[in-house]
Design a binder for this molecule. Sequence first.
Ligand code: NAP
Length: 254
Amino acid sequence: MSQLLEGKTALILGIANKWSLAFAIAQAFRREGAKLILTYQGERLKRSVEDLAGELGEPRVLECDVTKDDDLAQLTESLEGGRLDAVVHSIAFANREDLERPFVETSRAGYLLAQEVSSYSMVAVARAAAPLMTGGGAMITLTYLGSTRVLTNYNVMGVAKAALEASVRYLASELGPRGIRVNAISAGPVKTASARGIRDFSKILQVVGEHAPLRRNTDPAEVADAAVFLASDLGRGVTGDVMFVDAGFHIMGL
Ligand code: NAP
């Protein structure tokens, strides 16, 4: 059977552990024949990501903290001479206290940190990766409904996701002439390390499971298959878009 990503090389940023959405995406990309390159943020996660790489056919694993310009420059340098066809940016961070106190209490530093890691990093990664995408390709980031709706406790991260989605549109417009498509997948809530930072996350899962048109929560494998579509030639006409993979929850009113 033919594989949708055969002959393509994908850079995947944001695997922390086996629950990470980026890991589900890496598994699906591998299933579809892509060659993978993975990154980890720092020494703390090196071992865990290297262990997971074992399950993915031993891809190259590189260190990259997206807040460090030197790391991004090093990433480009390490990959020079090769060709990238897909980039998955699956990274976000906000201080736990900014996800708990009222939004109006968000500190300047907390606001900027969430923006830097969760939104600006997509621009920085795109700048680092685009020169390597000599045959065009696809960039994909992960977002959430809190970008356009007020969702309890999502607060500063919702604002960062709004900026991320706007960045997707600007990047898509600029990189389109080079054959590079840029899209976001808006995933329904999934229990991951990041999600555990959101207060009452299990309540969110319960409400979404009860009210989504499909009457269930999102399976990370569904997010991963959407990423395969966007990275593959099947998605060749799609750019600048936010694709919802959330069992339909985003269409519901109260
Ligand atoms: P996750 O497993 O915790 O992944 C988040 C990743 O971001 C981790 O690998 C984390 O590394 C990395 N990261 C944070 N700061 C970084 C930095 N400075 N440099 C490099 N990497 C950094 O959680 P996830 O749920 O899969 O999140 C992936 C993406 O999906 C995020 O953008 C998230 O907002 C989005 N998303 C998640 C859900 C959900 O319900 N889970 C729903 C919609 C969208 P460390 O562990 O080292 O910090």
